[in-house]
Design a protein. Sequence first.
Length: 287
Amino acid sequence: MDIDCKSALEIVTLMNTEDSQVAEAVRQELPAIAQTVDTIVARLRKGGQLFYVGAGTSGRLGALDAAECPPTFGVPREMVQALIAGGHRALTESVEGAEDDRAQGYADARQAGVGEKDAVVGIAASGRTPYVLGAIQWARERGAATIGLMCNRPAPLAEAVDIAISPLVGPEVIAGSTRLKAGTAQKMVLNMLSTATMIRLGKVYSNLMVDVQPTNAKLVARALRILQEAAAVSPNRAEELLAAADNEVKTALLVALTGMTVEQARHRLAQAQGHVRLALARGDPAT
């Protein structure tokens, strides 16, 4: 209650102490998080999409996670999408009142084409944001899998979804400022959802991002390092492999590890649904 009387060091120390509780709150929700990952993977494997829906900080965190999936894991932009109350403008500024519009959430989910193949994660620290509840209502009516990510129980969102993830982080150091511990907990959970999902979909080999899209100098360098580490090849050989595979890291890696041609590697990966380990387990190159 007297945080305004404290020094800068005392303030950040207090915040750090509070933040240390977040990981434990998330740990308590790991079974629900794992269940959600399995649900999302099943939907994506059948051609569905993953939608994050939120308002304010929650919406921005969802948009951030969605935006990072294509460059990191090489998935199409439409595979992971975000809906935020107030639209794109709300990504950089506050759009007052947008979160209270349940009908707009319903309409945005309908406009986005949310359907029975999809998974929808509603993100709301309070668990009662009308915009999110409206989108979840549409998703349920269409047969989509619904997940709620909130930092409050009981809550309307928890009652409206198939799976509820509720890391209870406790009061914020600034009362009601859910961009703090609640936002940190939401970011941690979203990291788990997208990363574990992509691992299960074969986007990672060992702990390497083998579906990374080398679209800039940094990512080209990363792709080359992945090949050098995973295939134990020289920098020059890594460049040759990546160029021959048209910048497809997984294809280049399979060529390096098996000696098959680029076309054989692509065929093998297709048979293995993009999983490098499964492709390697199939034995000699197909003739």
